[in-house]
Design a protein around this ligand. Structure first.
Ligand SMILES: [Zn+2]
Length: 290
């Protein structure tokens, strides 16, 4: 009997190890609580549905993102919104306590980023490019790039074990053209989870239904009911699939599926970190082709 029990325990342990080895750990890093959601929310839902692990990180607490509220009170609201968004996306959501609008690519934040990437045992790290319009976004990009090599260096942040293998670092899509336009290396078809992505984003009520409409002079157009708000947000956030996106979708999904895709998210491979082959990309993005 004891021997049978031991066999069962060994089997369960080996299954656990096997399943952990096959799980992909993804960390998406943004400047504000809502950045990760819009940039990679659909892809995150796909990972989550397939049993992989996604962490959203906001490097600032978002305490400047409103026209009436601010400071600690706003940070508290935005942290709660991020927690609800995390629940809707099926990801863990962490909000760091750096001030919004004041993020600097300094050593202390770089160490925080290095530790988070290591603790999550990240296979993939996703963040903005360095030519974004918002200083917090630009500095987030610099912080991620500055961590890209250091995550494998044992003597940097020695209190947190280094990664044995450098992750793949990816940029999220933007429309900035200078000094160089975004390149669609990997494009994920998110058509079947687009509504869930919008529902996840809608958890950031203070942003999508208050602050952002205020900045664009549309506050009076925000509908009252939850249902109408979701439809309104979906209409505002319907991304067009450009020819470059369609070409990338065709590479990863084949022409037939690519032509059917309505919504997608693209990523560009950073020159730092692990440089994946197409086979490696298919392993790290198991939703491609499906
Ligand atoms: Zn932002």
């Amino acid at each position: 009997m004891k021997r049978i029990l031991l066999c069962v325990v060994v089997f369960l342990c080996s299954f656990q190890l096997f399943s952990q080895d096959n799980q992909i750990n993804v960390i998406v890093i943004g400047a504000h609580p809502d950045d990760c959601d819009g940039d990679a929310g659909g892809t995150a839902i796909k990972y989550s549905q397939m049993g992989h692990n996604v962490l959203f990180v906001s490097l600032t607490n978002g305490d400047a993102g409103h026209f009436e509220k601010g400071g600690g009170a706003l940070a508290k609201i935005r942290r709660a919104e991020a927690q609800e968004a995390g629940r809707r996306f099926g990801v863990k959501y962490i909000v760091l306590d750096n001030h919004d609008g004041e993020l600097m690519p300094d050593l202390s934040v770089r160490m925080e980023v290095i530790r988070l990437i290591r603790q999550w045992k990240a296979d993939v790290v996703i963040g903005p490019r360095t030519n974004d319009y918002h200083p917090d976004h630009r500095n987030t990009a610099i912080l991620i790039q500055d961590a890209a090599y250091m995550v494998i260096v044992p003597n940097v942040a020695p209190d947190t074990p280094p990664l044995k293998r450098n992750p793949v670092f990816l940029y999220t899509q933007d429309s900035f053209q200078k000094p160089i336009p975004f390149r669609h290396d990997i494009t994920v078809d998110i058509s079947d989870v687009f509504d869930q992505k919008i529902y996840g984003m809608a958890a950031h009520e203070s942003q999508f239904f208050e602050w952002l409409p205020w900045t664009s002079g549309r506050l009076d157009q925000v509908p009252e009911s939850d249902e109408e708000r979701l439809e309104w947000l979906a209409n505002l956030r319907k991304p067009e699939i450009s020819s470059a996106m369609r070409t990338s979708l065709t590479k990863w999904y084949g022409a037939e599926k690519a032509n059917q895709a309505k919504y997608a998210e693209s990523f560009e491979i950073c020159e730092y970190g692990n440089q994946p082959s197409d086979e490696e990309i298919k392993r790290l993005f198991p939703m491609l082709g499906k």
